[in-house]
Write a protein that binds this ligand. Structure first.
Ligand code: ZN
Ligand code: ZN
Length: 223
């Protein structure tokens, strides 16, 4: 974690996504940058009011420890504030998104290649429950596919599509992956939620490669 004396902005790779608080359901904005900031705000722009519902505060304490929160670490990382030009850019980008909900940025679909691994943060755009892995692969459940798929063959899967583009950012990628429903049991993953996921490619000879997700986390969580 680094501490800067100037404000957070493009220089420290600041990224902001509109999302929902997973504890109270309110519209919030998640801000993160390479300095180590990980904050949910109620509003975009000065004075950047932090989201402070009880469920969220509790999760902060669980993640960082009560002592750290009480010392105001999250606040310290946020001083001395967020770059004004960056603020204007994200505000304008958000306004465009609200008025024109269809994706305006070019979205590049990222398909898996052999041995691919990705750790990505993005907004859930599509969620399909009860997906059959064999149907997705275009194969039947013969002994060969069963052997390669292992436990995934028996798992009840959810197919999720996320878009990684932050507000006012030029890059926007789309990832579609399968995740074992068991992994999602403790989290409320809905359309519009911001999640961090660990993906790996599953390549079965003769079939198109697919992304498999082994872990879904809140973007607040450390490694
Ligand atoms: Zn920063
Ligand atoms: Zn909340």
């Amino acid at each position: 974690m680094r501490f800067y004396t100037t404000s957070h902005g493009p220089r420290c790779n600041s990224r902001t996504w509109p999302t929902f608080c997973q504890y109270c359901g309110q519209r919030v904005f998640y801000f993160t940058c390479d300095c180590g900031c990980k904050v949910f705000f109620d509003e975009l722009g000065a004075p950047w009011p932090k989201h402070q519902c009880l469920g969220y505060l509790h999760s902060l304490i669980e993640t960082y420890g009560r002592e750290v929160i009480e010392r105001g670490m999250a606040v310290m990382m946020m001083t001395p504030g967020i770059d004004r030009t960056y603020t204007t850019q994200v505000q304008q980008a958000y306004e465009r998104e609200v008025w024109q909900p269809a994706p305006k940025k070019d979205i590049i679909r990222r398909d898996p290649v052999h041995d691919a691994r990705e750790d990505v943060v993005g907004i859930v755009r599509e969620l399909i429950d009860g997906v059959n892995v064999f149907k997705l692969l275009g194969t039947s459940d013969n002994w060969f596919s069963l052997a390669i798929l292992g436990s995934l063959a028996k798992a009840e899967c959810v197919q999720i599509t996320i878009h990684t583009g932050a507000l006012a950012s030029a890059d926007n990628y789309s990832f579609t992956f399968l995740v074992d429903k068991q992994l999602l049991m403790q989290q409320s993953i809905v359309k519009g939620a911001l999640i961090r996921c660990q993906l790996r490619s599953l390549v079965v000879p003769g079939w198109k490669p697919i992304w498999i997700c082994d872990r879904v986390r809140s973007p607040l969580e450390e490694n």
